[in-house]
Design a protein around this ligand. Structure first.
Ligand code: NAD
Length: 284
């Protein structure tokens, strides 16, 4: 029988725990506060920010939306990041991507105090992840692991494959699988030949490419666990689909995450897990 890895159900269960941690902090006089910097008004970014604000409210944390016009200068944004770094009431700072052209994402990102970099994307925090000692795990990767944990799926000693190797998603997922003791982690990317052969050897397959329904059952071993991170909006008659052809693949898996309703809800949750972790560290 196939288990559906229901991200909404897992998120709701974890959310209760996060709310308790927020309450414990509030009892000590600390309100976990996230600053979300948005430059311009990219529509998808605005939707994601609203989701984050709603989630913050649902656990009693604070999320400030710091907005700049699309033509704001790099110096203006840099100054704001500096100010937020120095504000003790702020425990997390994120720069909502993408940024308008003309702004240097890497430079701005690296101005964020690594102790407040709850997206885990500054060079310093990436290096800690490389070393296997992450300070903040990027939210989507953490969300994948929390989803597996919720369903009691242990990757230890199992061969795993990850489709995609972006710094934001694929790479940190592969790194976490290593840290958690997968017996091997194959990273499949756009230049990989024989991807199906490689992924068919894996018991745990995590897919994060942004290629609508590319993975069919020819890529999957019978009984494997499949987590689909892909979000492809409007790929199929306006419907959001993942990178896995769900109806084809699901019957041969032992567990699979749907799109939507799989990893997506876990990502926002994980960002706030990082924020609360940060507030807990600062309050010590
Ligand atoms: P990206 O474009 O930065 O990276 C895509 C990766 O996929 C690259 O490493 C590339 O080499 C690999 N790839 C591309 N085509 C391939 C192919 N044919 N075979 C094998 N590998 C291939 O994208 P990203 O930011 O890593 O996001 C990946 C997907 O995850 C997107 O669909 C994105 O929308 C989704 N996403 C979901 C969440 C969530 O919360 N569920 C969060 C972030 C990203």
């Amino acid at each position: 029988m196939t288990i559906v890895l229901d991200g909404r159900k897992a998120r709701d269960a974890y959310r209760t725990k996060l709310a308790l941690r927020v309450k414990a902090l509030a009892d000590q006089g600390t309100l976990p506060r996230l600053a979300i910097i948005q430059v311009g008004d990219n529509r998808e970014s605005s939707i994601y920010i609203e989701q984050k604000k709603r989630f913050a409210a649902s656990i009693g944390a604070a999320a400030d939306h710091v907005r700049f016009a699309a033509d704001a200068s790099q110096d203006t944004i840099a100054a704001k990041i500096g100010e937020l770094n120095r504000t003790p009431e702020v425990h997390g700072i994120i720069l909502q991507l993408p940024l308008p052209e003309g702004l240097d994402r890497l430079v701005l990102m690296n101005l964020i105090d690594p102790n407040k970099d709850v997206d885990g994307l500054t060079d310093e925090n990436q290096k800690l992840l490389d070393r296997g000692e992450p300070r903040f795990v990027p939210a989507t990767a953490k969300g994948v692991m929390l989803l597996l944990d919720f369903y009691g799926i242990d990757v230890k000693g199992k061969p795993a494959a990850v489709f995609g190797r972006s710094r934001l998603v694929g790479y940190p997922i592969a790194q976490l699988l290593h840290i958690r003791g997968a017996s091997s982690v194959s990273v499949i990317h756009s230049k990989t030949e024989d991807a199906a052969l490689i992924s068919r050897a894996a018991d745990i397959v995590i897919v994060a490419m942004g290629k609508p329904e590319l993975v069919d059952r020819s890529y999957i071993k019978d009984g494997a666990v499949v987590v689909d991170v892909g979000i492809n909006s409007a790929a199929k008659n306006g419907k959001v689909v993942g990178d896995v052809r769900y109806a084809d693949v699901a019957p041969i898996t032992s567990a699979i995450s749907p799109v939507p309703g799989g990893v997506g809800p876990m990502t926002v949750l994980s960002l706030f897990d990082n924020l609360i972790l940060s507030a807990e560290r600062f309050s010590r």
